[in-house]
Design a protein around this ligand. Sequence first.
Ligand code: NAD
Length: 365
Amino acid sequence: MSYNIALLPGDGIGPEVTKAAVKVLDLVAGKFNVEVNYQEYLIGGNCYDKHDTPLIEETLEGCYKANAVFLGAVGGPAWENLPHHLKPEAALLKLREKLELFANIRPAKIYNSMLENSSLKSEVLEGTDFIVLRELTGGIYFGQPRGMDDDKGFNTMVYSKQEVERIARKAFEIAENRDKVVTSVDKANVLEVSQFWRNVVEEVHKDYANIKLNHMYVDNAAMQIVRDPRQFDVILTSNIFGDIISDISGMITGSLGMLPSASIGKKYTLYEPVHGSAPDIAGQNKANPIAAISSVGMMFEHSFQMTKAAELIEKSISKTLDEGYRTQDIAKENSNVVSTTEMIDLVLENLEKLFADEAIGVFLL
Ligand code: NAD
């Protein structure tokens, strides 16, 4: 088995955390006897500096050819004053659109040794493990007409049946391998588009009778996530609601440096840490590589169907945290503070140990 991976390190700490991703990919793929090949492409500010645009055709072509894409992060003060369409972040939106990445998966899972890092009480949080599935290419961020003049500003929230169907199907499929509960989050008491969303989700649910489906209004969902996060398994929601809900969910379980994500389309998949390019710590070997490493775990699970590999990556992160090692962003008083490269080495060491402990050496796929 052989996979081609497009690497888009980007700006700021992007290249530093991409190194972590590659090291983990190499180790795990090797253990499973899988070959991985990398091609690196420009995106974001670095790309703008060379080509006067944050996304070039060569990068897009490279992503089309790859089995999966890994992206570090883009952006930074050097490019802040560029016109909107030339900003590094514009490349991200374009990439998602071009690769038709309609489903964004963000896990909200708490590592036991990180309970104290949350702003929520440990007893509320312990055992939290859910996924936010956000529709990524439709809804109000893309709807027409949109605009503003001196008297008004307006956007349009519109969803087609096909758009809701495919994201709902994805939610039920993900729930199949989890606790089999989908909570669809909308605002059907006020918005027609949400009532339509709800109707279509109900319709699709008929094909997944073994999955429990609940509906929840978005304002209530925001409150419930903070009140009792353990009640959720898979949260299915639209682009704008998902944008907000996934940030709330992410932050109750840790810091930005810990949060991975996967964006899935019919043909292409992209994995990236949730955080940005962190210009304040770029180049200082301080970045937390865990979000990037965890995103690699998601790549093994969703692109290569190697759930065991994903599980071992998560276990090695958990073990490293249990041992008290922390990058600066997640450090507490008694933590053993380590650099980016030290954290990568510690996770790799634990991965090696886990492979040895389980005496699994080479897996048959
Ligand atoms: P940010 O995520 O880059 O940083 C916010 C804070 O979190 C900073 O203090 C930073 O040091 C810290 N942080 C983030 N990731 C970390 C990590 N892995 N380890 C340790 N600390 C970490 O958000 P921002 O400061 O609002 O944005 C900086 C730039 O990144 C902007 O240009 C923004 O547009 C861009 N951005 C890019 C993406 C992306 O590429 N997906 C996402 C968000 C922001």
